[in-house]
Design a protein around this ligand. Structure first.
Ligand code: UP6
Length: 251
């Protein structure tokens, strides 16, 4: 599987959100998605104001935000439009279709009313992500292979998960730890510069160079390396630069 450029990938991906993400990446020269795993909305907004220029996506787990509100979402939406990045909700829906549907559209978070991209497991089978009634401006990312140590997915599971991803027109890409078909965008979490964090609380970490050069990754997802640092602005710029250079060097 030979690496193809973002420009070439944009032609292979038919979903408007997939195309939009690539356009943003090319325009801002960034393949960095920031994972803001913080429990207070003020902290998330502060960081996003600081590093919004350096990212193509902001990934949230809204269900960890203690003071979640729609005014927070409206602020985020405004910043995301101004600074041009997409909002990812990493909900990892993993139930039967009807429950996935209810969790996506209802409850206090009403994810479908604001997210640009949502993550889903395909453990319950292809049908579980088929009738979600997703608006055309939301893209799905499947989880085919997690970054954690001891993940239960074997080669057979991953092959089937990738097949489901390819056959569903709402899917823009996947999370996997290996090269995937060029019709899918590959998202890589578990990114850190430091070797000393290779295995942290059961998650495994690699350098952006490894992600792009060995696995043909398209987008890196970086959380604690940025939000736990002393200078998130500088560190985010370092990850942006590393990700972009690694992409350029991966051909
Ligand atoms: N994430 C992983 N591995 C996966 C899928 N998702 O780490 O296979 C998510 C985590 C977290 C983020 O839920 O939000 O990516 C990684 O954050 P970190 O850089 O702080 O480890």
């Amino acid at each position: 599987k030979k690496r193809i450029s973002y420009e070439e990938k944009k032609e292979k991906i038919y979903h408007p959100i997939g195309k939009k993400l690539i356009e943003i990446a090319l325009k801002k020269k960034t393949n960095l998605i920031f994972s803001a795993d913080l429990i207070y909305s003020k902290k998330i907004l502060e960081l996003v104001n600081l590093i919004g220029d350096k990212i193509c996506g902001l990934k949230l787990h809204v269900d960890i935000i203690s003071d979640f509100s729609f005014s927070f979402i409206n602020f985020l939406k405004k910043i995301s439009l101004k600074k041009k990045f997409l909002l990812f909700e990493d909900r990892k829906f993993c139930d039967v279709g009807t429950t996935n549907y209810l969790q996506l559209h209802h409850g206090i978070h009403k994810i479908s009313s604001w997210a640009d991209v949502i993550t889903v497991h395909v453990l319950a089978g292809s049908k579980s992500i088929e009738n979600l009634n997703i608006p055309s401006n939301i893209g799905l990312i499947t989880i085919s292979e997690m970054s954690s140590y001891g993940r239960l997915s074997d080669d057979n599971y991953i092959r089937k998960a990738l097949n489901i991803s390819l056959k569903n027109s709402k899917v823009i890409g996947t999370v996997a730890q290996r090269k995937v078909d060029n019709r899918l965008l590959l998202f890589t979490p578990g990114i850190h510069f430091s070797d000393s964090i290779k295995n942290y609380k059961g998650n495994s970490y690699i350098h952006p160079n490894q992600a792009f050069i060995k696995k043909n990754c398209d987008f890196i997802i970086v959380g604690k390396a940025i939000y736990q640092s002393d200078n998130p602005k500088i560190v985010a710029e370092n990850y942006r630069k590393a990700g972009w250079i690694a992409y350029e060097n991966s051909f």
